[in-house]
Design a protein around this ligand. Structure first.
Ligand SMILES: NC(=O)c1ccc[n+]([C@@H]2O[C@H](COP(=O)([O-])OP(=O)(O)OC[C@H]3O[C@@H](n4cnc5c(N)ncnc54)[C@H](OP(=O)(O)O)[C@@H]3O)[C@@H](O)[C@H]2O)c1
Length: 448
């Protein structure tokens, strides 16, 4: 149904005839990666690690949603895997259909999101196909990336910091019509210029994690990192960590990068990090058993940090593994230091010894994605060649299940890209000079 119209759009993009986009018909349907509501219980009784995204993620032909005021329909050239797609695909900690139902009830415009399928994905690079009423800043044919903050801004709560809007959602996770598809529907305020020196798959990959790491580490809403700070970064070669490491190095801080293999250690060393801990080689066991932690292991970890830093404790701990590491993170932060957390990959019921927090005047700061401005500033750093994509591997849209499986099994590095409409990697670059100046950095994670 939509195939012919989709092909015409792709032909125009590949021929760089972007002025023609406005004249081409909008496809009635498109291919998108979905989970199905009827599958919600399919992994009941299965251990988290054994829940397989390849079984729950489908590639379906779905109807193109109606374009509303303030919205934009985008032809998606490439997208990327985020951990939220892993969560959606294994229906943990809850099914995302609950989000869609609640959103659907919030307004007549949002009703279209409440469907028995959920098109997932929270990153994209592509070309604007159509804009809805009231959109003036963007037009069909514009090359864009999209950040994933969906807000209404009707309440005063979000007027200083758009993340505080009571109707704040993550696009493609808590809303439908996400980026792992040939077309996507976003609010026009999510759009940002595509960095001209990057390919479609490179441009699509930083969005969610880069913005999140920026707020969490750099912004005054997060840890407010400054020159000279020592920053402990868990998962330093992963999605978030590969950006946190770059922000620390760029901002005059000293990262202590925690990774789990010699290959990952080499990767962060090649980025410029000098202080690296291989948590697998060191064999830390912060939990004695399911119920009790082992403070001796926190101390052993802290001693290793001091050995590397020459005695300094971390001013900032960049947290996201959660339950497995949080007790250690609170323990090793310096007196007056900040533990800043945006996730709980290994479990969200944390346990830590509060004496180390209050007696040493430490702070735990919660952080989630980024507000409009933070996302814009984070993308600007990419566009200026100051922060680089960390794409290691790229899959086709058909292989998205495998791509999510890799991330679920922690078998990946940096970011895993997905080609949506783009027929091959390497397309979409306009500024070859800027690209040439940064090529080794842009390619650092490739094929690792
Ligand atoms: N709130 C937000 O806005 C937001 C935004 C982005 C992501 N997140 C969440 O943040 C988490 C990480 O996302 P990501 O994109 O960085 O994922 P990722 O690419 O899988 O990277 C996470 C890294 O954490 C390390 N890790 C995993 N389990 C660990 C454990 N038990 N102990 C210590 N280290 C562990 C791994 O590195 P090593 O094995 O090398 O140590 C892994 O590479 C996910 O839960 C995701 O949903 C939240």
């Amino acid at each position: 149904m939509g195939g012919h119209a989709v092909q015409k759009i792709l032909d125009a993009i590949l021929a760089d005839e972007l002025d023609a986009i406005a004249t081409l018909p909008v496809p009635e349907s498109y291919r998108g990666v979905t989970v199905h509501e009827e599958d919600t219980a399919m992994f009941d009784g299965v251990a988290t690690k054994d829940k397989d995204p390849r079984k729950s993620l489908h590639l379906d032909d779905v109807p193109t949603p109606e374009l509303g005021p303030g919205e934009a329909l985008v032809a998606v050239m490439a997208s990327a895997i985020n951990y939220n797609t892993v969560w959606t695909s294994i229906f943990e900690p809850m099914s995302t259909f609950g989000f869609l139902k609640r959103y659907g009830k919030s307004s007549p415009l949002a009703l279209k999101h409440d469907l028995p399928y959920h098109v997932v994905g929270s990153d994209l690079a592509g070309v604007v196909l159509r804009t809805g009423p009231g959109v003036n800043a963007w037009k069909p044919g514009d090359r864009v990336v999209a950040h994933c903050l969906d807000v209404q801004l009707e309440h005063a709560d979000g007027h200083n910091d758009t993340m505080l809007d009571p109707e704040q959602r993550i696009w493609g996770f808590e809303t439908n019509f996400g980026g792992l598809a040939e077309l996507a529907l976003v609010k026009s305020n999510q759009l940002m210029p595509m960095p001209d020196h990057l390919t479609w798959e490179e441009a699509a990959s930083p969005g969610l994690v880069n913005s999140t790491a920026y707020r969490q580490l750099v912004s005054a809403n997060g840890a407010n990192m400054k020159q000279g700070d020592t920053v402990l970064i868990w998962g330093a070669s992963g999605g978030l960590g590969s950006y946190a490491t770059q922000f620390a190095l760029n901002g005059g801080a000293t990262p202590i990068c925690v990774v789990s293999s010699p290959e990952k250690a080499e990767l962060v060393r090649s980025m410029g990090a000098e202080l690296i801990i291989d948590r697998s080689a060191e064999g830390y066991r912060f939990w004695k058993d399911e119920h009790e932690q082992d403070p001796k292991e926190w101390k052993r970890f802290g001693s290793r940090i001091r050995e590397l830093t020459g005695g300094d404790d971390p001013d900032i701990v960049f947290e996201h593994p959660g339950r497995e590491t949080f007790g250690a993170s609170v323990f090793v932060a310096r007196k007056g230091g900040t533990i800043v957390t945006c996730a709980s990959t290994s479990g969200f019921l944390h346990q830590y010894d509060n004496r180390y927090l209050w007696m040493s005047l430490k702070r735990i700061v919660g952080s989630h994605f980024a507000n409009y401005r933070e996302a814009w500033e984070a993308n600007r750093l990419v566009a200026k060649g100051k922060i680089h994509p960390t794409v290691s591997k790229v899959y086709s849209l058909e292989e998205t299940g495998q791509a999510a499986h890799d991330v679920h099994r922690n078998a990946h590095q940096g970011k895993v890209g997905v080609l949506c409409l783009a027929p091959a990697e390497g397309l979409g670059v306009r500024d070859h000079e800027l690209r040439a100046a940064h090529l080794p950095h842009i390619n650092r994670f490739r094929g690792v």
